[in-house]
Design a protein around this ligand. Structure first.
Ligand code: BTN
Length: 236
């Protein structure tokens, strides 16, 4: 029996907003979003044929862990496409972004109430052109013909598995799995921060999920929020 109780809508503004009204272990999918949201206040293009789904997780001690739980779940669900994870939680196939994850937590006072994990998978199309930061791709241009329902079915199972692993063994087990899908250690990357760009080598993630970057002068930077680009990855 599935862990998830599914709700499907023709259209909504953002499944992350709708999901806030549902109890833990619900998942809310829409065929189209009119105000799809991405990380760092960006717009998530939400054309019919792609997957837009938000999962409601019960409260956990450190809600930021859930982004990594979700990224590992998506990588497992898409494993036939040989995905890679790019910090913090982009899913790439052949170096192009096919999936984004937006994690939001609601609180009662200072106590986390539930965590909403919104997942967008480019299946039939991917946004291109001006305003799109990264190279993008969609699953169906990789040879398969999948429906949003089918991809969600795989996601439901994979997220059940990764959340169970997280509950049993904690963040370290998720961190190890995340690293097994990550770009190779030593890969040259650029990190766009609010006030500057840093260039260096990807060394991994630490025990709270922050990015570890080695600068040219061999100093190490620990970064908790930003956009990572590989060489030639910027969509320009
Ligand atoms: C990113 O910027 O990479 C995150 C994109 C997250 C998009 C998904 S689609 C389902 C859910 N609803 C939203 O409005 N956003 C997330």
């Amino acid at each position: 029996m599935s862990l998830w109780r599914e709700y499907v809508f023709e259209k909504c503004e953002s499944t992350n907003d709708l999901a806030k009204e549902y109890p833990p272990f619900s998942c809310v999918r829409a065929l189209v979003q009119t105000k799809g949201r991405g990380r760092l206040g960006r717009v998530w293009s939400s054309e019919k044929g792609n997957l837009f789904v938000s999962y409601v997780f019960p409260p956990v001690c450190r809600p930021s862990d859930m982004s990594f739980v979700a990224a590992v779940g998506v990588a497992l669900a898409l494993k036939e496409y040989a995905p890679h994870l790019k910090w913090p939680n982009d899913v790439l196939i052949d170096g192009a972004k096919v999936c984004g994850i937006l994690t939001e937590t609601s609180f009662i006072g200072t106590k986390p109430e539930k965590t909403i994990v919104g997942i967008g998978v480019n299946i039939a199309s991917s946004p291109k052109g001006e305003g799109i930061l990264y190279k993008t791709a969609c699953l169906n241009e990789k040879g398969a013909s999948r429906t949003p329902e089918e991809v969600q079915g795989c996601l439901n199972e994979a997220l059940t598995e990764t959340f169970a692993l997280y509950q049993k063994e904690g963040f370290e087990a998720i961190r190890q799995k995340w690293l097994s899908f990550a770009l190779p250690k030593g890969q040259k990357i650029k990190v766009r921060l609010p006030d500057k760009e840093e260039e260096g080598l990807f060394l991994g993630i630490n025990e709270d999920g922050s990015l570890i970057l080695e600068l040219k002068n061999k100093e190490t930077r620990v970064i908790s929020a930003g956009d990572v680009f590989m060489e030639n990855e910027k969509n320009e």
